[in-house]
Design a protein around this ligand. Structure first.
Ligand code: A3P
Length: 324
């Protein structure tokens, strides 16, 4: 009763493991056998950990360091496809209408394909190289040989800020439409009863691969602290060889205010118009800070969260998050 979206319900894959929209089952084999290419970069995250930020960074570094690419103003969803988006649209009570600007952007990039009909996967398949692909799926649900072929940038964010950010997103997007308050949301979170839960095993799968030469494991908090330092690490990892001045351009272009002010990275207004985002809720590019959880967690909620962290030891102890 707390979610008015997810019309087709959720499915728990194995006890204690990934909770996903039921239509995942129709796509699981395709995700597990997706053919990655050597020039692919997968931006892999648990939701609300800075995915869109990293997609825009990676796409800009590889394609647009001078900001003169003809697709600069094309929506990030179309430049950098969301691998498992089809299972989300398929689960919705109200899939986006065909005349929606994003749907139209898909059509333009992928003539003849219907983005509401399993076509995000097809679009991803035919997208010209180099592809920057977003995925919230954990390593274990993706092609087993992924790292033998492609690169993965894994972005992690501390779970308290993820929880607050996710709460706002789930209230905002019609496909989820959470109608409870924050304490209720924390109840679901601490029982691992949220889409894509449980959090720690997803993180653990990324963390375990952090030394792999085709993985760059970054923290959202480090990006907030010193974006040029983290862009330098990306520059080496991606082999983009950008100059210092180009890195500064990328940093400005992908800054919170830069991304919030551009329709190509902040779809809030367009999606509110089309009805996919609920009016009166926080924007998709919302606050972009570390430590916002302190504005939402009461001592009781902190205690509950602490018990949940305890339950997921040793992983919750091992990953060195900063919470401020
Ligand atoms: P908040 O809700 O805390 O503001 P994702 O893209 O994985 O859904 O993550 C969304 C979170 O990243 C949101 O966090 C959003 O505001 C934040 N974000 C988006 N662009 C950002 C940027 N350029 N700099 C910092 N944070 C950004």
């Amino acid at each position: 009763k707390h979610w008015e979206g997810y019309g087709k319900g959720l499915v728990r894959l194995t006890p204690g493991r990934w909770l996903l929209p039921a239509p995942f089952l129709n796509f699981a084999d395709k995700y597990y056998s997706f053919k990655f290419k050597p020039s692919d970069v997968v931006v892999m995250t648990y939701s609300k950990s800075g995915t869109t930020w990293m997609q825009e960074i990676v796409w800009t570094m590889r394609n647009n360091p001078e900001l003169n690419h003809p697709m600069t103003n094309t929506h990030i969803f179309a430049r950098s496809p969301f691998l498992e988006f089809d299972m989300i649209t398929a689960s919705s009570n109200t899939p986006p209408p065909l005349d929606h600007p994003l749907v139209q952007a898909f059509f333009k990039m992928c003539p003849g394909k219907n983005p509401l009909d399993g076509a995000q996967l097809q679009m991803t398949e035919v997208l010209p190289e180099p592809r920057t692909i977003k995925s919230h799926l954990p390593f274990s649900l993706l092609t087993p040989g992924l790292l033998d072929t492609a690169k993965v940038v894994y972005v992690a964010r501390n779970p308290k800020d993820v929880c607050v950010s996710y709460y706002h997103q789930q209230r905002l997007v019609k496909v989820a439409e959470f109608v409870g308050d924050f304490p209720e949301y924390v109840d679901f979170w601490t029982q691992d009863l949220l889409l894509q839960a449980p959090y720690w095993p997803h993180l653990a799968e990324g963390w375990a691969r952090r030394h792999h030469p085709n993985v760059l494991f970054l923290f959202y908090e480090d990006m907030k602290e010193d974006i040029l330092r983290e862009l330098g690490r990306l520059n080496t990892f991606l082999g983009t060889a950008l100059t210092e001045s180009q890195l500064q351009t990328v940093a400005r272009h992908t800054s919170f205010s830069g991304m919030k002010s551009r329709g190509a990275t902040n779809p809030t207004a367009a999606l509110q118009e089309s009805g996919e985002f609920k009016k009166g809720e926080a924007a998709f590019i919302r606050k972009g800070t570390t430590g916002d959880w302190t504005n939402f967690f009461t001592p009781e909620l902190e205690e509950k969260f602490g018990e949940w962290m305890e339950k997921w030891r040793p992983t919750s102890e091992e990953i060195p998050f900063r919470y401020q």
